[in-house]
Design a binder for this molecule. Structure first.
Ligand code: ATP
Length: 340
């Protein structure tokens, strides 16, 4: 039995987690205990804290954490910034390795004419980079505001080793995305990449500037296998990459650390469609497959992926974000039936 902490959070997070629990419960030969914890903008409105201490302590007692989405544009700190407890969790639990698999289920789901096989993983550094000083506050009476890009040797080494280890289980290619031609921190990042690459002579490497990467992701996404980058660049190219496979509703993620891991869709709480029952739950369902892999049950993980592929083989089975007419629940029902 797997013991899982659930953080449904805000907006569509609640709906997509419910469908994912349905799929996990339908898996044969494996059982789950789920414990739900409050966090997010709604929790802030209730208790004054978007990430209460009992939640932070509680989630660490389980084998893995499954998160929906957090934050609402209407609920902000006095500084004007949105609440982002999901980022606080990443930093507190040292979840440095943000894995974002990008896989096209069906050629007609993406915007490209001849997409071929799009199947790569973005590895986003998730504890430093340009998010490093995000806790700082500036008022507009100050003459300027500064953000800091922190690239540490230890943080980069472990990120690159994770990326090369992952590539060895895949097609053995790692693409570094940086801005080493302009930013000194990025030249340092690249220098450490070059060092770690020498430990993996069997893995092909490629180095691409982030602006060129925006172009290549559209022109030749099939050529990428593992794509590693710093926090902010990873944030941006993840959304672009999700656009290649049908949108945010298809992009799962896992934030992995030395001890803990949180699995969640790459999307946010989607306030524009919250409460309508039309969110696509597939990103969260595929995140649960990543969770099972991390827990060592790769058979169940492959079973969920095969169930999603089976459902998507019929182009009629799509939620509205992908031009179909299924709602959140009916997509959850289809995947649950396919997995059983
Ligand atoms: P965050 O910054 O918290 O990641 P965001 O501002 O990038 O959030 P999202 O909440 O991810 O925004 O939503 C971006 C767009 O994608 C919105 O139009 C939203 O409706 C759509 N979207 C996101 N997730 C889904 C989903 N699961 N199903 C359908 N549409 C989605």
């Amino acid at each position: 039995m797997f013991d899982i902490a659930l953080l449904p959070g805000d907006g569509i997070g609640v709906d997509v987690v419910a469908e994912t629990v349905k799929v996990l419960r339908a898996l044969p030969g494996v059982s789950f205990a789920f414990t739900e914890y409050p966090a997010g903008a709604a929790e802030f409105l209730r208790s004054g804290d978007p990430l209460p201490e009992p939640t932070m302590l509680g989630i660490q007692k389980h084998q893995a954490i499954l998160l929906g989405a957090m934050g609402m544009p209407s609920v902000r700190w006095p500084s004007g910034k949105e609440m982002t407890p999901q980022i606080d969790i990443r930093e507190k639990l040292d979840l440095y390795c943000g894995l974002r698999p990008i896989k096209l289920q069906h050629p007609s789901d993406g915007p490209l004419k001849n997409p071929g096989a799009i199947d790569f993983v973005i590895v986003r550094e998730s504890t430093e980079g340009l998010f490093w000083k995000r806790g700082h506050q500036y008022t507009t009476d100050l003459p300027e505001a500064l953000d800091t890009m922190r690239i540490s040797r230890a943080g980069s080494e472990r990120l690159f080793r994770s990326s090369f280890d992952l590539a060895r289980k895949r097609r053995k290619k790692v693409t570094l995305v940086d801005k080493a031609n302009v930013l000194p921190s990025m030249a340092y990042f690249r220098g450490i990449f070059d060092e770690i690459a020498q430990e993996y002579p069997d893995v092909e490497t490629e180095r691409v500037y982030v602006d060129a990467m925006s172009l290549f992701l559209v022109q030749r996404p099939q050529t990428f296998d593992v794509v590693v980058t710093e926090n902010m660049f990873g944030d941006i190219i993840s959304d672009l990459a999700a656009g290649l496979i049908g949108g945010m509703g298809m992009a799962p993620s896992g934030d992995i650390g030395p001890k803990y891991a949180v699995f969640q869709p790459s999307h946010g709480s989607a306030p524009d469609i919250a409460g309508k029952g039309i969110a696509n739950p597939v990103a969260t369902i595929l995140s649960a497959a990543m969770m099972l892999d991390w827990l060592g049950d790769s058979a169940s993980a492959r079973r969920i992926e095969a169930a999603v592929a089976k459902v998507f083989a019929d182009p009629a089975n799509r939620t509205r974000d992908m031009g179909g007419s299924l709602n959140t629940q009916s997509m959850g029902d289809l995947v649950a039936a396919a997995v059983a």
